[in-house]
Design a protein around this ligand. Sequence first.
Ligand SMILES: C[S@@+](CC[C@H](N)C(=O)[O-])C[C@H]1O[C@@H](n2cnc3c(N)ncnc32)[C@H](O)[C@@H]1O
Length: 272
Amino acid sequence: MSHNEQDIKRQVRQFYDKVGWMEVADGVYQNARYEDLRPVSQEYIQRCHQRVARHLLPTGDLFLDAGSGPIQYPAYVEYSRGYRLRVCADISITALKAARARVGSHGAFVVADISRLPFAPKRFDAVVSLHTIHHLPAEQHLQAYGELHRVLAGGRKAVVVNGWSFSPLNNLFERFIAWRKGRKKADQPEAWETDKGTFVNKNQAAGLRTALGDKMKFDLLVWRSASTNVLRFFIRPEWLGRYWLRLLYRLEEIFPRFFGEKGLYPLVVISK
Ligand SMILES: C[S@@+](CC[C@H](N)C(=O)[O-])C[C@H]1O[C@@H](n2cnc3c(N)ncnc32)[C@H](O)[C@@H]1O
């Protein structure tokens, strides 16, 4: 690992240890400011979370959560309910202590870097890695995908969620918001993203397809098409937001590959 790569990881770890996983309210972390937690969006957000579980076996022995954080949402806890043990791997010790407080003896907690997992090949019946690979230096993304694939048992699936660096669909709505807010540069990134706090490096759909290419079997589906910024702006109770989200969810279900590629957050389903 080069000095630069080490510096990036140190900075990311310090951010999560000292800022991201600080509780700002009971069970709510600073990191949750990047999520839309309003009641009007709750049903949609919950259904997007459930898309992860759909691809995993309901029961099994070992379940790996790579970059687990504190397992911050109740929906996340459900993914491993039918497994003997949930192995949480994270570079942040603060995250792992909080994860232990949440799932106790159902979990095992390992300080580890997802680009070099300290586990034997084919050890896990299910693997998830949510919003984590984007914290790695670009050169290590493929290595991390390779590690998730390596530790996955044959006939099983891994699910990875990370945002694209650019989404043509989401960007349309961002531009409208920027125009409404009277910004000079309409295509500048959304405010909460510029305020991301630590190192983030995202992929584009074509780049990821090429990189994973013949290295593993995978499918790009939709996790969620809209950013938190777009949801917060357009989805309002007084504008019947809940119903618009039901329509969006339905469309995503009918065209999962289209929204997975053109929307903001894909679900990368890796099969072995
Ligand atoms: C945005 S949080 C996501 C946490 C959780 N998966 C979720 O969706 O709520 C990213 C997590 O990845 C961890 N992380 C960042 N880089 C990592 C690395 N190289 N190896 C393992 N974990 C890492 C951070 O410490 C943090 O807990």
